[in-house]
Design a protein around this ligand. Structure first.
Ligand code: GAL
Length: 450
């Protein structure tokens, strides 16, 4: 067997990522809670309920788990609807609770990265019109300022908004997220307001905390034509790539928002990222069926023979991650992988998924690209939005009824990676032997059994 190690740069951050609504429980004052009460919105009528019990204090034991498995950073989000339960009415006890959590991380040697909006919003904000409203930008800024003043001494790294492209696609095109619209005309308006909100938050955070590092968590999905000889497949692939992946980074780079027929100049948003947050999960193939033109935007299929997760949600394609890293590198900013992971209740594919993706990440770091950290999604199984509890992304399993946690083998694998700040052939041989030769190709002498 080849004995080797892919070593990561000094001071690399290794952690997991979570989001307030998915772990806290009892977030009764936000749009998702309201959404969950409506029939047929969430698979099997599941509800977030107590989620992972973080608001009731379970974060302490979960952070112990993170610390014991050598994680040195954690990405979490704070819940706007708790901090500002009514317009301009602040809940200081909620902010105190977050201070406790953040201090708890620091005490464990875990550096926090805080996301300000991760899909959930105060219900009052949504009732006013949410991100369709021009005023949304100032409402967001007010919340950001309050939170950053209250928590800023404990947090250096801030993510303004999580995956605006996923939020817009799911909430305004597909209708699977609140507000549940399927109205393409709304898309440019929401896009513009989210871009402006990000930029305004960037400036506000820097005004309060000049040393802060501020970014946005971009979601990259790799699209490939089902048949590369088919011009329709190729055209739609390139359209989807531009429409889904490129609008936000391009606008932040050039100050020009290009969305469908909409063109808008937003010079004030240029240069408002100190780092590039990258979320990557999967690649999909684009197979155009001309008899169904309305389905051009529908989710596609996976490459032939793909290693697919149990509910068919994610295909394990590390090459797509490599493509995502090259794409993110175009901006020449420090890069944090703000999410990457797979749903896998029985932990059958998670270890090889992790090994394959960490190997691609190392390639990028080895080219001296500014790869600074990796946050696995996620620490403990949590409430997966419109898919409820049907998908299990945790390094630890969770029984939401009893709140019992159970460690999955990949948690130990990830612990080894975090501990050695790298990936060695020995640990791959132990946890993902089926892909050892792919990750550490044998030398000729190994082939000969020497
Ligand atoms: C991301 C999202 C996370 C998590 C993950 C896995 O798009 O930011 O909150 O749900 O997908 O489904």
């Amino acid at each position: 067997m080849t004995r080797a190690r892919y070593q990561f740069p000094k001071d690399f951050l290794w952690g997991t990522a979570t989001a307030s609504h998915q772990v806290e429980g009892g977030n009764t004052n936000n749009d998702w809670w309201h959404w969950e009460q409506q029939a047929d919105r969430i698979l099997h009528g599941h509800r977030s309920n107590e989620a992972c019990g973080w608001w009731q204090g379970k974060w302490t034991e979960d952070l112990d788990r993170a610390q014991e498995t050598y994680q040195n950073s954690h990405r979490l989000s704070i819940e706007w609807s708790r901090i500002e339960p009514h317009p301009a009415v602040w809940d200081e006890t909620a902010l105190e609770r977050y201070r406790g959590m953040l201090q708890g991380m620091l005490d464990r040697g875990i550096e926090p990265m805080v996301t300000l909006v991760h899909f959930s919003h105060p219900q009052w904000f949504i009732e006013k019109g949410g991100w369709l409203l021009d005023q949304s930008v100032e409402l967001f800024e007010r919340y950001v300022r309050k939170s950053v003043v209250a928590l800023g001494d404990l947090v250096k790294k801030w993510v303004t908004i999580n995956e605006p492209n996923v939020y817009i696609y799911s909430g305004f095109v597909e209708g699977a997220f609140p507000p549940g619209l399927t109205d393409l005309r709304k898309v440019p308006i929401v896009t513009r307001n989210l871009l402006k909100a990000h930029a305004v938050a960037y400036e506000a955070i820097h005004e309060i905390l000049p040393e802060a590092q501020v970014g946005l968590a971009h979601h990259y999905r790799s699209f490939v034509p089902a048949d590369s000889g088919n011009i329709l497949d190729r055209t739609v692939t390139s359209f989807r790539h531009r429409a889904f992946n490129n609008v936000f980074p391009e606008a932040l780079r050039t100050g020009k928002m290009k969305m469908l027929h909409w063109r808008e100049s937003l010079p004030e948003i240029v240069g408002t990222q100190d780092f590039f947050g990258l979320n990557y999960y999967t690649r999909e193939t684009v197979d155009v069926d001309i008899s169904k033109p309305g389905q051009i935007l529908r989710t596609g299929d996976y490459p032939e023979g793909a290693d697919v997760s149990p509910t068919g949600f994610i295909a394990n394609v590390p090459e797509g991650f490599w493509e995502a890293l090259q794409w993110a590198h175009d901006d020449d900013l420090p890069i944090y992988i703000t999410e990457n992971g797979v749903e896998d209740t029985d932990d059958h594919i998670r270890s090889r998924f992790l090994a394959g993706h960490i190997r691609e990440l190392w390639r990028a770091a080895n080219f001296n690209w500014k790869i600074k950290g990796y946050y696995h999604w996620t620490l403990v199984d949590n409430f997966e939005w419109e898919r409820g509890w049907t998908q299990r992304f945790g390094l630890w399993g969770l029984d939401p009824k009893t709140q019992a946690r159970k460690k999955r083998p990949t948690a130990d694998f990830y612990a080894e990676i975090c501990k050695m700040n790298g990936l060695s052939s020995e640990v791959v041989a132990q946890y993902a032997p089926e892909i050892l030769d792919q990750i550490f190709p044998p030398r000729r002498s190994d082939d000969l059994g020497a």
